[in-house]
Design a binder for this molecule. Structure first.
Ligand code: PMP
Length: 363
């Protein structure tokens, strides 16, 4: 892995080294076909085998029940902010949003264009450092769905358990930044969506897992590219899909299965996050994580420094040591370590080492 850095970017993010090597070996001549996946017709039997295996492996990883469809779509998770209300609600239907950070804020704002979007709860008054207690949520009876962001990538706030919904209301979750980081009981959700570019691949493909009975009720004005039923009827091949991104994502799914599946992956992720949070907690306030302990993300760890003046120097030293992309999101500042599945434990050990050294030098 000579010359490779530890990449703490929030997304697009690091990919497993062995997956990159495999893609490299396949790049010019995929399995003796004489052509690259980059050049392959999406209608060819070769590509069909790629997308079908990707779906089968994802189904195995998450134990996705048979009455759920898996869609490989384009337009990023952001397109889903519009597609979800358009497909699951009518213009006069209520839809509930619990907002715990920047992405949930964007989702509810977009939903308001297509349905009666209700802000059931928001962590904004507390600067998104906690999830408002469920007893304070103002849910709408008969809402078509309740939307949450399972892991807020910028604020580092993660749901550790998922809310129950009542009656016909279904739970919808944006899992972009913790997708496939741990097992999930898919049957508790009406719909799960995730952009690939954090945990499971490069940018360009967004995965939607949706309960079959929710399909076919899209608003008449829904753009064809946002209509789940169209994509479902055409096995994600209604138009030209992002073939190479789907291929890469498939390689990542296979790799996760090889690692022992998501329970094994979750265990590694817990160990990695614990090491970093312990270092922050053990720094006597030199480093500080603003997020309430019970909801701290295992994927995105934001922290600040007691002396913000030292931040630039810290980031510079990190980069010099091959620990890159640690700058916090421009909207919140500070430092953020995104420690997705593919970020090795050794990278976190090196970061923790730097934090200790840096503190010793500046105390
Ligand atoms: N939701 C979450 C939780 C995200 O982290 C992101 C991207 N950072 C998005 C949605 C938007 O995804 P995209 O850029 O793929 O539209």
């Amino acid at each position: 892995e000579e010359g490779r850095v530890y990449n703490f970017a929030a997304g697009p993010a690091c990919l497993p080294y062995n997956v990159l090597k495999e893609a490299q070996a396949d790049l010019i001549n995929w399995k003796g076909t004489g052509a690259s996946v980059l050049e392959m017709s999406h209608r060819s039997k070769q590509f069909l085998s790629i997308i079908q295996k990707a779906e089968a492996d994802l189904r195995e990883l998450l134990a996705i029940p048979d009455n759920y469809k898996v869609l490989f779509l384009q337009g990023g998770a952001t397109s889903q902010f519009s597609a979800i209300p358009l497909n699951l609600a009518g213009p006069e239907d209520a839809v509930d949003y619990v907002v715990t950070g920047s992405w949930g804020s964007k989702a509810v704002q977009e939903a308001g264009k297509y349905a009666k979007a209700n802000l059931a709860a928001t962590g904004k008054p507390g600067k998104f450092t906690d999830i408002p207690p469920q007893s304070e949520w103002k849910l709408t009876q008969g809402a078509k769905y309740l939307h949450i962001c399972a892991n807020e990538t910028i604020q580092g706030v993660e749901f550790k358990e998922y809310p129950e919904v009542e009656g016909e209301t279904v739970l919808v979750a944006d899992m972009s930044s913790n997708f496939c980081s741990k097992p999930v009981d898919v049957s508790k959700f009406g719909l799960i969506y995730a952009g690939a570019q954090k945990n499971v691949g490069p940018s360009g493909v967004t995965i939607v897992i949706v309960r079959e009975d929710l399909l076919g009720k899209a608003q008449p004005s829904t753009p064809v590219m946002l209509d789940y039923k169209i994509h479902s009827n055409n096995e994600s091949l209604y138009n030209t899909p992002p073939c190479f991104s789907i291929y890469m994502t498939g390689l990542v799914f296979a790799d996760l299965l090889k690692q022992g599946g998501l329970a094994a992956v979750a265990k590694k992720n817990e160990e990695k996050a614990q090491l970093l949070y312990d270092a922050i907690e053990g720094s006597d306030g030199f480093f500080k994580c603003p997020v309430a302990k019970p909801v701290r993300s295992l994927m995105n760890v934001p922290f600040t420094m007691r002396d913000p003046e030292l931040e630039a120097e810290f980031l510079k030293e990190a980069t010099a040591q091959g620990l890159i992309q640690l700058k916090g999101h421009r909207s919140v500042g500070g430092v953020r370590a995104s420690i997705y599945n593919a970020l090795p434990l050794a990278g976190i050990q090196k970061l923790v080492h730097l934090m200790k050294d840096f503190q010793a030098k500046h105390s």
